[in-house]
Design a protein around this ligand. Structure first.
Ligand SMILES: CC(=O)N[C@@H]1[C@@H](OP(=O)(O)OP(=O)(O)OC[C@H]2O[C@@H](n3ccc(=O)[nH]c3=O)[C@H](O)[C@@H]2O)O[C@H](CO)[C@@H](O)[C@@H]1O
Length: 395
């Protein structure tokens, strides 16, 4: 079998995390894997490339003169076209639903390079998340291989008339990355993970006997009043349950941070002391806290998936989710951002051991840690690499 050159364009934190296992699995088979970094999440990207030992081959300087989507789209189009012509891959791989992923798929299509879509088929069937929902649909029209993580995602693709033989349900590579990271942390550091900021390390030592609740909220739709309500609900939970503590890596936007800090400042000192706010965490620190926590309250898609790999109950601070699978198997509850709802469901998890156990899923509905190996096997199989006009690329 001829070894292939696979190219992926990555721009944001979740894309890098979810592509890393595929990168490693394809490399382990002797293939060449190239990365174009598109710089959508500049601040956190490079620490992730270092952690996963996958240095980008090419970095696109987006030279963003404005923050509009149209400008991003045109800068990515120019940058990715030039980069792909330089690198000349056999296959383009994109992950999820960012504008980098959509434009990567589009340029692959224009250049007649077959496109593989990792984490295909997620749909809310609503306008939000904007523009990600449309990006996913459009990548669906362009890709040659569709790798939905779950049966629901597979059915979404079938409903859009994607040919069944192009759809391969493989699980979500986020689980591969989370399990790999947990094992690596465990082997290397035991209880003292240097990626955890020192404020969190001190806090955890001081509260070693308390139950940890991990909170994250980053979605734009939750900025403002919803985030203030999440903070008020967290305060109520800490007041109701004196053996609990909260760690909350807060979104870097100063307005979001101020909203959370203002709510905490209103609390008695005894409750404030059980709140630990940090800057956004490095990925190995986030995984470490997920492993340690009692449950998580989050609006993040990735964290819902990762929590299920560690059998941690999830309260989802959203009104809808494209990850309904975890709700359906009982591992997550959609609690929105209503203070009483959050307080009620957190109270159940903290005071009713049966309900807690019921929300600990024994098998994540998103995957088993072997998704990337399945993807690599399918992409590398001798008859898989076929272009749109039917010519086989494989020897
Ligand atoms: C608008 C919207 O719906 N967008 C979605 C959103 O996806 P998401 O909700 O999964 O995003 P996050 O929560 O940011 O990332 C999660 C990952 O980050 C790790 N993490 C988290 C906090 C931290 O302090 N340190 C970390 O390391 C964590 O373990 C996990 O792996 O953005 C994507 C592209 O940006 C989109 O494609 C996707 O549609």
């Amino acid at each position: 079998m001829r070894k292939q050159t696979f190219l992926t364009c990555l721009g944001t934190r979740p894309e890098i995390i979810k592509m890393a296992p595929v990168y490693k699995a394809l490399q382990a088979q002797g293939n060449r894997v190239q990365i174009i970094h598109t710089g959508q999440h500049e601040a956190v990207a490079h620490e992730l490339y270092r952690f996963f030992e996958m240095p980008p081959d090419l970095v696109i300087d987006l030279q963003r003169k404005s923050s509009t989507l149209a400008h991003l789209t045109s800068a990515l189009t120019d940058g990715l076209e030039a980069a792909m012509r330089t690198l000349q891959p056999d296959v383009v791989m994109v992950q999820g639903d960012t504008t980098s992923a959509f434009i990567g798929a589009l340029i692959g299509y224009y250049d007649d390079i077959p496109v593989a879509h990792i984490e295909a088929g997620l749909r809310t069937h609503e306008r939000d998340p904007f523009p990600e929902e449309k990006n996913r649909e459009m990548i669906g029209r362009l890709a040659r291989w569709h790798f939905p993580p779950t049966d629901q995602a597979r059915r979404n693709l079938l409903a859009e008339n994607i040919p069944p033989d192009q759809i391969h349900q493989v699980g979500n590579t986020v689980i591969d990355a989370a399990l790999w990271t947990r094992d690596r942390l465990h082997k290397t550091f035991g209880q003292d993970n240097p990626a955890l900021p020192s404020v969190a390390q001190v806090f955890l030592k001081k509260h070693a006997d308390d139950r940890l609740i991990l909170i994250t909220a980053h979605r734009r739709e939750n900025w403002g009043q919803p985030i203030r309500q999440i903070a008020q609900a967290a305060a109520a939970i800490l007041t109701d349950h004196p053996d609990t503590v909260v760690i909350w890596p807060v979104h870097p936007n100063p307005a979001v941070r101020l909203d959370v800090e203002n709510e905490i400042a209103k609390l008695p000192q005894s409750v404030q002391r059980r709140f630990c706010l940090t800057a956004p965490l490095e990925y190995p620190a986030l995984i470490d806290l997920l492993v340690r926590c009692h449950f998580t309250l989050t609006d993040s898609g990735g964290i819902q998936e990762e929590a299920s790999a560690f059998a941690k109950p999830v309260l989802v601070a959203r009104n809808s989710t494209e990850r309904q699978e975890l709700v359906d198997v009982g591992g997550a509850r959609l609690v929105g951002t209503d203070i009483d709802q959050i307080r009620f469901h957190a109270g159940l998890l903290l005071s009713n051991a049966d309900i807690y156990r019921q929300m600990q899923v024994t098998q994540s509905p998103f995957g088993d840690g072997l998704s990337a190996q399945r993807i690599a096997a399918i992409l590398s199989s001798s008859n898989a690499l076929t272009t749109h006009d039917g010519a086989s690329l494989a020897n």
